[in-house]
Design a protein around this ligand. Sequence first.
Ligand code: GDP
Length: 486
Amino acid sequence: TSLSDEARIALGTLGERAGGIFNAPSLRLGVTGLSRAGKTIFITSLVHNLIHGGRLPMFEAAWEGRLSKAYLQPQPDDAVPRFQYEDHIARLVTDRLWPASTRAISELRLVLEFESASGWGRLFSGGKLNLDIVDYPGEWLLDLPLLSQDYRSFSERAVALARSPARSDLSGAWLAQAGEIAAHADASEEKARALAGAFTSYLAACKADSRALSTLPPGRFLMPGDLEGSPALTFAPLPDLPDGRAPSGSFQAMMERRFESYKTAVVKPFFRDHIARLDRQIVLIDAMQAMNAGRDAVIDLERALGEVLECFRPGRANPITRLFAHRIDKVLVAATKADHLHHESHDRLEALVRRLVERAAQRIGASGAGFEVMAMAAVRATREARGESDGETLPLIVGTPLAGETITGQTFDGATKTAIFPGDLPTDPDSFFQQLESSSQASIPPINIVRFRPPRIETDDQGVKLSLPHIRLDRALQYLLGDRLE
Ligand code: GDP
């Protein structure tokens, strides 16, 4: 990364951020998380709630009646796909089905018109904020460590993880194929394709595994965006590389070159053009799914979260992060899908995730203090109830399971409601993580995760449709945007 890049970003973003006589100030909000963490749902519900005057008591500008208008406008970056809000909201609200998840980067501009609480605010912002929401796969952030690795260290790490007990049963086919390749033999496109394919299948198997193993780099192998099949994606790590330089024309030399291309043509531009321009960031995680999948999955999530947070940590020596880390001044880690729990467990979920974030931060030698943590549901698909069992009152949640969901032998048709006892989360995060450290498969109490249909949108007494129900979305908005609407 050259100095000119740095200057360009600094100048460009300074202008964007401050606005000008003709332009309102803008705020670029990054939304990320590993696949299926809830990015698409979060953005869709955020926009819907702001446009339709949602119930947002903890979001001060809205609650005080100062948010006069919110509407979509063309985004500033013509080369980035637009976030397909209209399609997603139609599927959620009209079909009551979950829309397709994030596969690549996309962007959406939401203009917020507000009455500033202070005279200064009115003078400088003119009561308008352009909120540019940038949605991108968290998998792509996991590429950051690659920038400080060469092909040899990349291979060593990848192979060591593939041989570890958590993954060895999934990596056999790829490692066997890789073991047959002599690193110094002649380069072969055919073998490169076959090996990259086997490596990608291994990464996909980790992702699909019921232990919910989190994703390993290179991030584009599973989320290629528009790069599918390009040579920069047709490489794979090799085990047990011989010492010394790879002879030119050898298979190893070909892999080395492509690994370097991946870094220069894919990873660096992504960080420079997108991450470097963000002002605020929300990182979504599906902590309950990991906890349900067991100890290995929680530890894996912690590792992946550490790597994600590394990208947003200020004051680092890494030349790439130095470019942008100072710019992002707020990072929120949000555990999504809290509507799978009774509200009595929401604070427990938040406490567990706070501890998880602290541990992930420690892994990268940082403090968890710089990261805000919340438990929320961007869309609330359930409501609460109480039931009796053996003379005990149980907190229940009620919803309509998706067609085809099976609960204790009953398969649902997508139209029938049911009540379930979701289970209790551990009350003490410290003893939870101590247990996790000490036993091979800690006894994590199972949470009953049912895939419910999105909720029916209610209407008020005038027959006006209300916005999507949520849990604590308003708190997230206040943290991420509140100070810019004062
Ligand atoms: P991403 O775009 O890949 O991060 O993930 P999505 O936003 O598409 O979410 C993946 C799936 O998680 C959805 O299809 C829903 O089934 C579920 N989900 C996401 N957010 C929520 C939520 O707030 N409540 C509930 N009940 N389910 C959610």
